[in-house]
Design a protein around this ligand. Structure first.
Ligand code: SF4
Length: 200
């Protein structure tokens, strides 16, 4: 049960296994909740203190990223507390999210992240509400697609770098997602589709 794990010179925080989506392609299924030698299955969610303890010296890493087999924004108060601690040490902080937190909390949570998060990566695997719902099985069904784009646009006001990402899933027109990101005025990055388990 790892609350954090290293990858490519960065440290990733795995603070929850709860998620706004239930993507059938999620590597946690294929990789049995492991990620490159780390066990990301949580029997319970860690406290803020436990996460901070698992980080150790944060200055060793280029960037610290909230990204595990779950969505950190589902634990907003804890994410904010951990990010505050990281920022007090001048660490670059990123969050990878499904972009559904505003809908989940029924309010705009983005102002609460201002000054704490440097980069937000918002995954958008779908080019329209129907396709997005079919591919990702999000909590808010077909309403999720527009909600995510709205979230990305709003994030620009509070977070210096906003990126929409898409996984190169078979059948997904990633170039269309890139266009959507461009229209929203945010950056775009495609991510490889991980099929085979990689130990490192
Ligand atoms: S949003 Fe990410 S962690 Fe959550 S189910 Fe989808 S791929 Fe898995």
């Amino acid at each position: 049960m790892d609350f954090s794990y290293k990858y490519a010179g960065n440290l990733y925080l795995n603070i929850t296994n709860r998620c706004f989506m239930a993507c059938p392609y999620c590597i946690k299924h294929k990789w049995e909740n492991k990620f490159r030698g780390n066990s990301l299955k949580l029997d319970r969610e860690p406290t803020v203190e436990e996460v901070i303890k698992s980080i150790g010296d944060p200055t060793k890493y280029g960037e610290i990223i909230f990204c595990g087999y779950g969505d950190a924004l589902i634990r907003l108060p804890e994410t904010i507390e951990i990010a505050k601690w990281l920022k007090s040490k001048n660490i670059r902080v990123r969050i990878n999210t499904a972009g559904l937190a505003n809908r989940y909390y029924h309010r705009n949570i983005l102002p609460e992240l201002k000054g704490l998060i440097d980069v937000i990566s918002i995954s958008l695997n779908g080019t329209n509400p129907k396709e997005h719902n079919e591919i990702n099985r999000p909590m808010f069904k077909e309403e999720s697609f527009d909600e995510i784009i709205k979230f990305a646009k709003s994030a620009k006001e509070y977070i210096p770098t906003v990126v929409i990402t898409a996984v190169e899933l078979p059948g997904l027109d990633v170039s269309k997602v890139k266009e959507i990101a461009k229209s929203a005025g945010v950056l775009f990055r495609s991510r490889p589709f991980l099929d085979e388990y990689e130990e490192q």
